[in-house]
Design a protein around this ligand. Structure first.
Ligand SMILES: [Zn+2]
Ligand SMILES: [Zn+2]
Length: 245
């Protein structure tokens, strides 16, 4: 069976004029997941069971708050807290396994549960499955589609996290020689654009010097938010302009 490729969202992301098209495609997934979570779906039992179990990480909780659905958020929080209380109460009554008088417990169900919960997020989880398939599609398009290969080469590079993701995916699904080429193209794309970014930041800093006061800003005016996409993937899509205009 031929695997399903997600060519449309990938081409859309690479059409955006931004510092990391992979961040752009992840951001679309994230916005959709947040809207889905605070949309009518929070009243569906199977979805609520998942949000009750997983909860949300802090950045995604902030995005849920920004959706401004106070009733929805209160309901989601209430049943998540009910579930957490139930699980903690159950584990509090369990003995720690494997311990003895001289040895500390090797398993502690209560702490294991708390650690797991503190690292789980319904929205992160929802994004991650599709994101993996998108990443795979990027590499397969690079391998098979001449036009995409050109688009890829002309993009403004990637953030550091997604450089790593691309290289991992490339190594997993390309032949040795194809991967060598992919690695070279991708890493050079990253470095060239990171150097451009460093120059923009340098010019931004210069502009604080009275000697450069009357010089033009060149491309440096928005150097900080663009640099933060490169280092932390913090992208805001509404600020990005479509290449077509
Ligand atoms: Zn990125
Ligand atoms: Zn999250």
């Amino acid at each position: 069976m031929k695997e399903k490729l997600y060519t449309i969202p990938i081409n859309d992301a690479f059409a955006i004029d931004c510092e990391c098209p992979i961040c752009a495609m992840r951001k679309v997934l994230e916005n959709n997941a947040v809207e889905f979570t605070m949309g009518p779906s929070y009243m569906e039992d199977d979805i609520r069971m998942e949000t009750d179990k997983m909860g949300f990480c802090a950045p995604h909780m902030q995005m849920l708050i920004d959706q401004n659905n106070k009733l929805g958020l209160a309901l989601v929080l209430k049943t998540h807290i009910d579930k957490t209380n139930k699980e903690i109460d159950k584990r509090m009554k369990m003995p720690s396994a494997g311990g003895s008088l001289f040895k500390k417990a090797v398993s502690n169900p209560l702490l294991e549960y708390i650690d797991g919960l503190n690292h789980s997020c319904y929205i992160c989880n929802r994004i991650s499955n599709t994101f993996g398939r998108y990443l795979h599609t990027v590499v397969i398009l690079w391998k098979t589609d001449e036009a995409f290969r050109k688009t890829y080469k002309e993009c403004k590079g990637f953030c550091t996290e997604h450089l790593g993701d691309l290289l991992k995916e490339g190594e997993a699904c390309l032949s040795k020689s194809q991967f060598e080429e992919f690695r070279k193209v991708t890493t050079e794309l990253y470095l060239t654009n990171m150097k451009r970014m460093a120059e923009d930041l340098e010019w931004f800093v210069n502009k604080f010097d009275y000697r450069y006061k009357d010089e033009p800003w060149k491309n440096a005016k928005d150097a900080i938010p663009r640099a933060i996409i490169k280092t932390n993937g913090m992208i805001e899509l509404e600020d990005e302009k479509k290449k077509e205009g």
